[in-house]
Design a protein around this ligand. Structure first.
Ligand code: ARG
Length: 433
């Protein structure tokens, strides 16, 4: 470990490497992912310092130029964070000092690593929630396209995993589409909720400089600034939990969708065939074709739930910055990495699986029309309870026309008819960027 930015006389001279490594924890790896946001915020801070005359125009131009170089080096892989630095924040200052000597030493004027990490995390969450929203709308769009193309295909509908009423590919597809539209909306609302800049609150008490916080807030694209410096620190973890709960809503729906596909691809159901690339074989049973991809997609919610619990457990803290807060980063980053990776597979998977129309049609049996029949009798004036008792015995006939009629006569919107798709499509359009 070199370049401890807080090293001063009598402090940091004899740093025990085991202790330093423990303190850094996973920061070296995780801050690599946050670095791009830290660099963005550092540039805005530099422009703020220039505005109040702490940095001359020339000094500011030098630093901004080097921050861009660092950003380019990071994305090309020419420069990366390593354990010579305590964390990403220290690395940025050390690199600027290597490049510009004393001028580099001015970048940290009026900021603390406490507001530095907080601002980087807010930018990170806004970015990831934006990506999440984009994926949710993409998933919903694919599902709705398939409703338009194949929505009328009949199949059995189940409750308790027992045959219930005639259903359709469209009802199933649009059901999952509506879920992901809800999730896209939640991602948008949550992103707006945490869209506030903590930069300029320093270690949690503000500073005796006239930092242009409003201008820096706008510069970074935040909707507003966090007003109270103590809350800037106290909100750490709380925002992260909320961001995770959006992700969790998505992976919960992903789990249910994957479960359905997992059932539909069984030999017994046979409603769906997956493209070959989503399946694997068995090392011993030559006959096997296993839907591993959908099983692992189903497992992702467990990772997110684990992260939520881990993060929430850290937050039993008094006001102000505590180093424990560093432990909120690993679950947040781990969960978003995994969750986004999984959800990104969904649009193609959903666009390319094949419905097995014959097997779906064969799953619909005459008794499934009993509810329709009971309600037909009730419409004619027979008390529903009496109609219910006679209906089951009376339904014996089944053909394609009766199934189509049953589906067409359902409550609208809600039967995956045209109107329902239009309503969902309009909501989806309003959520796209
Ligand atoms: N890695 C630290 C974190 O995530 C950065 C802030 C360090 N601040 C401090 N006062 N030691 O919280």
């Amino acid at each position: 470990m070199k370049d401890l930015i807080w090293k001063k006389q009598g402090k940091g001279e004899s740093t025990d490497s085991a202790i330093m490594e423990f303190l850094a924890g996973e920061d070296v790896e995780l801050d690599q992912e946050l670095l791009v946001f830290d660099l963005q915020a550092s540039a805005a801070h530099v422009r703020g310092l220039q505005q109040i005359g702490i940095l001359s125009d020339e000094e500011s131009a030098c630093l901004l130029d080097s921050l861009l170089t660092i950003e380019r080096d990071i994305s090309s892989g020419a420069r990366c964070l390593d354990n010579r630095y305590e964390d990403g924040h220290s690395a940025i200052e050390s690199w600027l000092t290597e490049m510009h000597g004393e001028v580099g030493g001015k970048v940290h004027t009026g900021r603390s690593r406490n507001d530095q990490v907080a601002v980087a995390l807010r930018l990170y969450m806004k970015d990831r929630l934006g990506k999440l929203r984009g994926l949710c709308t993409k998933i919903a769009a694919v599902l709705l396209q398939r409703v338009a193309a194949e929505g009328d295909l009949p199949m059995a509908g189940y409750t308790h995993l027992q045959p219930a009423m005639p259903s359709s590919a469209g009802l199933w597809l649009a059901g999952h589409a509506e879920a992901f539209i809800d999730n896209a909306e939640l991602a948008l609302l949550t992103s707006q909720w945490l869209d506030a800049s903590p930069l300029g609150t320093a270690s949690g008490f503000g500073v005796n400089l006239d930092l242009p916080r409003e201008a820096v807030t706008r510069d970074l694209g935040f909707a507003r600034m966090l007003v109270n410096p103590q809350y800037a620190q106290n909100s750490r973890g709380k925002m992260e939990l909320q961001a995770l709960s959006v992700l969790s809503a998505c992976t919960l729906d992903l789990r249910r969708l994957a479960w359905d596909l997992s059932l539909f691809t069984t030999h017994e159901f046979g409603f769906v065939q997956l493209p070959e690339q989503y399946c694997t074989g068995s090392s011993i049973m030559p006959n096997k074709n296993n839907p591993d991809t959908i099983e692992l997609l189903r497992a992702v919610h467990g990772v997110v739930q684990g992260a939520q619990t881990e993060l929430a457990s850290v937050l039993s803290l008094p006001s102000g910055y505590q180093r424990d807060l560093q432990a909120t980063k690993p679950p947040l980053l781990r969960a978003f990495r995994k969750g986004l990776q999984a959800l990104a597979l969904l649009p193609d998977l959903l666009a390319n699986f094949a419905w097995q129309a014959d097997r779906m049609r064969a799953s619909v049996s005459a008794e499934m029309l009993a509810t329709d029949h009971a309600l037909d009798l009730a419409r004619d004036g027979i008390p529903f309870r009496d109609a219910y008792k006679t209906a089951a015995a009376e339904v014996t006939e089944l053909n394609d026309e009766l199934i189509a009629q049953s589906l067409a006569n359902r409550t609208s919107p809600g039967g995956c008819g045209r109107l329902e798709t239009e309503i969902l499509q309009a909501r989806l359009d309003s959520l796209k960027d």
